[in-house]
Design a protein around this ligand. Sequence first.
Ligand code: 13P
Length: 257
Amino acid sequence: MAKKRLVIGNWKMYIADAEEARALSLLLRRKLRGLTGVDVWIAPPTPFIAEIANLLESSPIKVGTQKVTYHADPKHTGSISATMMKGVGASFVIIGHSEYRSAAGTNDKVRAQLERTLDSGLVPVLCIGEESRSPEADYFSFVEGQLNAALRNVPKNLLKKLIVAYEPVWAIGKDASQAMKPADLREMGIFIRKILAELVGRESALKVPVLYGGSVEAENASTLIQEGGVNGFLVGRASARADSFLAIIEAVRQGSR
Ligand code: 13P
């Protein structure tokens, strides 16, 4: 398993004001100076990325984007490409988030987003996760289908930077009590690595960081990192507040010792 831990803050639309985005970025820069053992990345809303990437240029915090277009052809009004985002300082792209998939983001479009991201040289953070849990456990085949659709036949050497974020949709946007249980997370993490091994080979699969997202808060971060078998978190709501985000980062740092 990849050793280094990673915590990504997906600000979604929780931070809607440029001043607030600036203040939180500067606070994180100050508080996380000298941090070791955990990488911290943030994905602000698109309009703030250029400025925040600039503010954080000399800090270890990387800035990324919540979405890029799947189109390759420039004849698309309103679309923003991975290459454009790279040009303004983004380092990674969140791909196939469930909130994007639910708005017509089919597996084909997610696959195309991944290809555009790989073409641009940015790091893909591929989100997968079932909508619900049934007693028949068909969530395993659902997740397998998403991984296959995104990754099958992508040249292995292009996937060296891949990050997978497992985010069960039913656990997103709730509170710590409704997050996934660590034992269930561990089980799914093992399954994801097994599918990855089939797709990219065992050695490469072991190097892919697998993150968990879905109601990670200061309250449950320690247990999830210590017992859930993942390499870190993709955090939504709790990443938009400095106190909760910093507490989660600290839990991951301690859990990685
Ligand atoms: P919450 O942490 O708000 O549940 O969101 C998780 C998520 O969707 C991160 O991408």
